[in-house]
Design a protein. Structure first.
Length: 352
């Protein structure tokens, strides 16, 4: 006898949820956003200590602060309760003011230490000065000094973080960072861009920091100046060397003019200011003859009529004042990251 066909068994239905609703499917797992890279910086002593990813992270953080600086009240509470000291043993307008503003825009306190009226005048040493200031419980020291290595010296002896704001002819890392930031904003990227630094390469801390910084971001860097102002072995930093400006100016994307460091040049290293200007000065005639719209940088202060003419600074491709404006955002990023902030932390963008 044929067996009766049985219906295939149905899968039992899922029990209804208490309250009558149907059980919901577990939501599909979203792919989580990659964590932003956080540079582990104890101090900022030079560009030589930074990896390309550190530089990029600092510039990305500065982008957040550029937005803050455009607000009617350009202040965020990110570093409330922190204190930094501007310890400048050399003159400065841009760097010292910019650090003071950066600190105040982050709600930190900045004490400007005036060497002229301090006990340095009575012979107090750099270390004693720094230890005295640290005993007052500050979080960071921003130092400019004529001695190469002064910031490194200090960082090994005090617990507060140290920022090098220029040490002799050695490094000026925040200038390099703000210059890279300014170029990235104008050109989109530094990768494969040709950048020419012109002038007193031998005595310039900006030259050294900028060569390192631009190269780490993928730019092709060259220097140009009189042979007496180009240090031996500069190629080891990864740059080409030229001695004639007109030979190379027309083929670069960026020209970074440098100040003739009259305070650091002990003897005459070029025949005359007139000859220097004729061979290396960025004049309106030179630019118009070459028919170039090269982007122009200068860290300032400028010796007008020597390395650059005043009319050149008025051209739309001259970014000298943009560099100054961007300097505040970049220094905010540096202070913020050194004081323990997280890259891209949106809390920093909350207006006070
Ligand atoms: N560019 C720069 O370091 O300028 P100051 O000397 O005015 O700080």
């Amino acid at each position: 006898m044929p067996r009766a066909r049985t219906k295939p068994k149905r899968k039992p239905r899922k029990a209804a949820k208490p309250g009558g609703g149907r059980a919901k499917r577990a939501p599909a797992r979203r792919r989580s956003k990659p964590e932003p890279y956080v540079p582990r910086l104890a101090n900022l002593l030079g560009i030589s200590q930074l990896a390309p990813a550190d530089i990029t992270a600092i510039l990305d953080q500065a982008e957040t602060f550029i937005e803050v600086l455009k607000r009617p009240i350009p202040v965020v509470p990110a570093l409330r309760g922190k204190t930094v000291v501007n310890l400048f043993f050399e003159a400065s307008t841009r760097t010292s003011t910019s650090f003071a503003l950066a600190a105040s825009r982050l709600s930190a306190q900045c004490v400007n230490f005036s060497i002229g009226s301090s006990s340095v005048k009575k012979g107090e040493t750099l270390l004693d000065t720094a230890r005295t200031i640290e005993a007052m419980r500050v979080d960071g020291v921003i130092i400019r000094h004529s001695m190469p290595g002064a910031a490194h010296f200090l960082s090994r002896r005090i617990k507060s973080f140290v920022v090098n704001a220029g040490d002799g002819c050695h490094e000026h890392p925040t200038q390099a960072l703000l210059d890279a930031f300014t170029l990235r904003r104008r050109l989109g990227t530094l990768k494969d861009k040709r950048v020419l630094l012109v002038g007193d390469i031998a005595h310039s801390r900006v030259a050294r920091s900028n060569i390192l910084c631009f190269s780490k971001l993928g730019a092709r860097v060259a220097v140009c100046g009189p042979p007496t102002l180009i240090p031996p072995h500069i190629e080891e930093l990864g740059c080409e060397v030229f001695y004639r400006l007109d030979r190379v100016l027309y083929e670069v994307d960026v020209v970074n003019m440098l100040r003739v460091q009259t305070e650091r040049i002990s003897s005459s290293l070029f025949p005359s200011v007139r000859e220097y200007r004729a061979l290396y000065g960025l004049t309106a005639e030179r630019l118009s003859e070459l028919n170039t719209s090269v982007v122009i940088l200068h860290p300032g202060p400028v010796n007008w009529g020597v390395e650059m003419d005043f009319e050149v600074a008025e051209l739309p491709q001259a970014l000298i004042l943009n560099q100054v404006t961007n300097g505040v955002a970049v220094r905010m990023a540096v202070l913020y990251l050194l004081a323990g902030g997280q890259v891209g932390d949106t809390d920093t963008a909350e207006t006070k």
